[in-house]
Design a protein around this ligand. Structure first.
Ligand code: IMP
Ligand code: MG
Length: 182
């Protein structure tokens, strides 16, 4: 696994420090709001579990799975719900927890869908943001983000390429030859 990584972009220590800061900030902002924290499976799992343990306030957990790129490294622009929430978010303060925002299609779609279910508020919390990669016409912005990244494909700490590398404790850039031949 390690031999496929060209360079470490964010070390385990950098990630853990930033996630603790984010948890403290969100906890302060949502102290009396009992937010529903929505984890977008599978990529956000590592971030989600670390973030929530850094939030010493009352909250609820729920999970959604949406279609991802599969083996491709570019978004098709289509979003498919593979697993829906198991609780109602009506009149709830919702925080969507995502691994990375790229084109912005996924979260633009999800935000609209959850707003239509009557949430009191919806915020977006992403570990990584690639603001330079937004699709034309997509103006989505995160409310909380951990780090900005450039136009490179990253893996680790939940992020995958063809389902691999999610269990790396750091975030790295994959060697181009790994995906160029696919
Ligand atoms: P968007 O709809 O284009 O914003 O895509 C967001 C989704 O694409 C994320 O939830 C990831 O699953 C995936 N994705 C985007 N960029 C990367 C990357 O650099 N590495 C791994 N997955 C990525
Ligand atoms: Mg993914």
């Amino acid at each position: 696994m390690e031999k496929d990584i060209a360079k470490v972009l964010l070390s385990e220590e950098q990630i853990q420090k930033r996630v603790r800061e984010m948890g403290a900030q969100i906890a302060a902002d949502y102290r009396d709001k009992n937010p529903t924290m929505v984890c977008i499976l599978k990529g956000a799992v590592m971030f989600y579990t670390d973030l929530l343990r850094a939030m010493p306030i009352k909250l609820a957990m729920d999970f959604m799975a949406v279609s991802s790129y599969g083996k491709h490294t570019k978004s098709s622009g289509e979003v498919e719900i593979r697993k829906d929430l198991s609780t109602s978010i009506e009149n709830k303060h919702v925080i969507i927890v995502e691994d990375i925002i790229d084109s912005g299609f996924t979260l633009t779609y999800l935000t609209r869908m959850l707003a239509a279910r009557g949430a009191s508020s919806i915020a977006i919390c992403t570990l990584l943001d690639k603001p330079s990669r937004r699709a034309p016409g997509i103006t989505l912005k995160s409310n909380y983000y951990g780090f900005e990244v450039g136009n490179e494909f990253v893996v680790g700490y939940g992020l995958d390429y063809a389902e691999a590398y999610r269990n790396l404790p750091y975030i790295g850039v994959l060697k181009p030859e790994i995906y160029e031949n696919n």
